[in-house]
Design a protein around this ligand. Structure first.
Ligand code: ADP
Ligand code: MG
Length: 452
């Protein structure tokens, strides 16, 4: 390992320990320039940084260096301008991490004809309460392409598995029908730019042909088409042409058809004429299953304790779970020893920091109140109106689910005792699995809360 690599690893550790601002101010432009007899020389861009780092971070830095090079005994600091070699710790770290992530996605390959990524399969899709209906629909469509469930419209928040599900349907259809049925996957942006290109170059016939050749047309993130007149028009005709010929159409969006404000009425009613399924936020058990499945895929393992920790703390969406998991595996690989629970906690805290800092109890209460159209004070007040029973229970459930507050604390916040809080949380947890309209409501509220 050369000095630069060593320094990047040590900085990686410091980055986890320090706030982003502190790291950027003091360490980003540092370099390791020399090593002799256990003394390592660190160059900083100016005297001020040198003093500061020497006084405040010397010990931690030495510890971090030692983790990767046990021969380190002492750090010395010197001032050296950064003009000659522009050190980019963050960039290098990111590149290493990207390489690592690519290795984690071993076989991923995009087929140029169907545009499908072979990484997305039904086998690798974990099914739980939040995507049960969508997964069942996927299987039914594969059995009966183009007939019963056409179009299929799947919606849900960012990173919850829409693209995975749709591409898995495409891949599965290719495998099942031995290539006789041709799926085509396209994002709605790509569709839009194809149409614009066709109009501009007077080659609309080619564009039409390209899409109307598909036996299964998969259009991702349709919400971005809304409001673009020419594109919607073309999509509508393509849609009809395919639909009339018994070709399967699969569409995704971040929200249900009736909530895409700019979508033309006739398109909306077309979508509503098919099968609609939503994908929600995965609950704890499903998060555990997802983590285990990703580990298995990458031929890796982590202790149950750490899996539980990730599943409890990372819950915004599946993409975030994957990101944190990869980061943990990356650090472990770089360090070559198991990470402690504390270190994993640090990595998680760092990765999901923005989110947990952003969400407060009051924000949850506000989102619930907004959703049910009641005043936040009604949730916390003594009044026993029937209309606020469900909102109140949902609020307690969400405070527990998202922030992991204690029952006495939740009770206090809502002006109730802790047994009421326990009852509410248990009731909603059970209801969610039985009552799809409640689970949909909770998903929509979570989207209000997690909205960027
Ligand atoms: P979306 O399209 O809804 O934004 P993606 O399909 O891109 O979300 O999913 C984000 C990431 O999470 C992908 O890497 C995907 O493989 C993974 N993922 C999502 N849901 C699941 C699931 N149920 N099981 C396994 N992996 C999932
Ligand atoms: Mg997607």
């Amino acid at each position: 390992m050369d000095l630069e690599q060593l320094w990047q690893l040590a900085l990686g550790e410091m980055e986890v320990q320090l706030s982003r601002a502190n790291f950027a101010t003091w360490l980003k432009n540092s370099r390791l320039i020399e090593k002799s007899d256990g003394t390592f020389v660190v160059a900083l861009p100016n005297n001020f940084a040198k003093e500061w780092v020497q006084n405040k971070y010397q010990k931690n830095l030495l510890g971090a260096v030692r983790n990767y090079d046990p021969s380190a005994k002492k750090l010395e600091f010197t001032v050296q301008g950064t003009a000659v070699v522009e050190p980019k710790p963050q960039k290098i770290t990111t590149t290493d991490f990207t390489k690592f992530e690519n290795r984690m996605n071993l076989e991923f390959k995009i087929d140029p004809v169907s545009n499908l990524n072979s990484r997305y399969t039904l086998k690798s899709l974990v099914v739980g309460a939040s995507n049960e209906l969508a997964a069942a629909a996927a299987n039914a469509i594969i059995d009966e392409v183009g007939t019963k469930y056409n179009p299929f419209f799947v919606y849900g928040g960012v990173g919850l598995g829409k693209t995975h599900l749709m591409q898995a349907i495409g891949n599965e259809i290719i495998a099942r029908y031995k290539g006789k049925l041709r799926p085509k996957y396209v994002t709605s942006e790509k569709f839009t730019s194809d149409v614009i290109w066709g109009i501009r170059n007077k080659r609309m016939e080619d564009v039409k042909k390209k899409y109307r050749e598909a036996d299964v047309l998969i259009i991702d993130d349709i919400q971005f088409i809304g409001g673009k007149k020419a594109t919607e028009e073309e999509f509508f005709y393509t849609f009809n042409a395919l639909h009339e010929n018994g070709k399967q159409i699969i569409i995704s969006s971040d929200r249900p058809p009736q909530s895409i404000p700019t979508l033309e009425e006739r398109l909306r009613s077309r979508f509503e004429g098919g099968l609609i399924a939503d994908i929600g936020f995965p609950e704890y058990e499903m998060r555990v299953a997802i983590i285990k499945s990703k580990l298995l895929e990458g031929n890796r393992s982590l202790s149950e304790e750490i899996i539980d920790l990730i599943a409890r703390k990372v819950k915004k969406n599946v993409r975030e779970i994957e990101g944190v998991l990869n980061k943990i595996l990356f650090y472990r690989e770089a360090k070559k020893v198991e990470l402690s629970v504390k270190e994993v906690e640090e990595i998680i805290k760092k990765s999901v920091k923005d989110f947990s800092q952003r969400v407060s109890e009051d924000q949850i209460l506000k989102a619930v109140a907004d959703f049910y159209n009641v005043a936040p004070e009604e949730l916390t007040g003594r009044v026993r109106k029937k209309e606020v029973v469900e909102p109140r229970q949902v609020a307690m459930f969400l405070i527990r689910d998202i922030l992991e507050m204690s029952y006495p604390h939740i009770g206090e916040k809502l002006g109730r005792d802790h047994t009421t809080a326990i009852h509410a949380v248990e009731k909603i947890s059970q209801e969610i699995n039985k009552n799809s309209s409640l689970s949909q409501k909770i998903n929509l509220i979570k989207e209000l809360i997690f909205k960027d």
